[in-house]
Design a protein around this ligand. Structure first.
Ligand code: F6R
Length: 253
């Protein structure tokens, strides 16, 4: 795992966007795995800026989002469909048919999960996956548990996640209790992964990802066995413990 401690949210967003752009320039028909939430908003803003300035053509890019709330229609203002269009898709030239987000209101959600996996596989898998991390160590909506599901599936959200995400809803009761999420194997099969973490509340899960044991109780800790993960992390929450001395990071960013 390569670690890049960063001292401002804007710099983190810029760096992540530059890495995404580099990937797309090197492989114009890149299959991108995308995340929602507060963390990647700045990265999307940067990518939109690059596109507007003529530096980034996304016309051949294919995207797969990590997750979607079960029961929310794409038009719902808190759905991840809505988020993706408002923050990114509306402003760039990714073709509609190349955008994939699990349908939260699918008639048959189990079939939706199977179809989603099939589509990812059919396009050769994910080249670059963007991840955030939950306060409880979740990635996508793979919640801490004694067992984790490998492939795209329906998951019961943990109380911690429901509480954390209630900031986007009128109240706690409005937060969906279930979601569709890529599984850990789906994520781990991505050729390259960028995990971003910003803010004090991410210190605990990030330290577990960097130096903790690999445990299904911290789903993000599985990333330690992936051979191409870049962690772009808030410098303040990053502690230079001896356990991570062997890891590489740039001199200055
Ligand atoms: C969202 C997702 C989640 C978030 C995580 C952090 O698509 O997959 O795992 O990345 O909950 O959310 P924020 O960035 O809002 O702290």
């Amino acid at each position: 795992m390569e670690i890049k401690p960063i001292n401002s949210y804007n710099k983190m967003s810029k760096l992540a966007a530059e890495m995404v752009a580099e990937q797309i320039i090197n492989k114009p028909n890149t299959v991108l795995g995308l995340a929602t939430g507060s963390t990647p908003v700045g990265m999307y803003r940067e990518l939109v800026r690059m596109h507007r300035e003529g530096d980034l053509d996304l016309s051949q890019v294919k995207t797969f989002n990590l997750d979607e709330y079960l029961g929310l229609s794409p038009e719902h203002s808190q759905s991840y469909h809505y988020y993706m269009y408002e923050n990114f898709f509306k402003y760039v030239n990714i073709r509609e048919e190349n955008i994939h987000i699990p349908k939260g209101n699918a008639e048959d959600p189990v079939q939706e999960c199977l179809d989603y996996e099939k589509k990812i596989k059919g396009l050769g898998g994910i080249d670059l996956q963007i991840l955030g991390i939950g306060v409880n160590g979740h990635v996508g909506f793979n919640e801490p548990n004694i067992n984790l599901e490998a492939r795209t599936h329906i998951i019961q959200l943990s109380n911690e996640t429901i509480t954390a995400n209630s900031r986007f809803f009128k109240n706690l009761d409005e937060v969906p209790k279930k979601a569709i999420t890529m599984g850990m194997a789906t994520i781990m099969k991505s050729k390259k992964i960028i995990l971003m973490a910003w803010g004090a509340e991410k210190k605990k899960p990030i330290l577990k990802v960097i130096s903790g044991p690999i445990a299904t109780e911290v789903p993000a800790s599985l990333l330690q066995v992936h051979n191409d993960v870049i962690l772009i992390v808030d410098k303040k929450i990053y502690s230079f413990s001896s356990a991570i001395n062997s890891l590489s990071y740039p001199d200055k960013i």
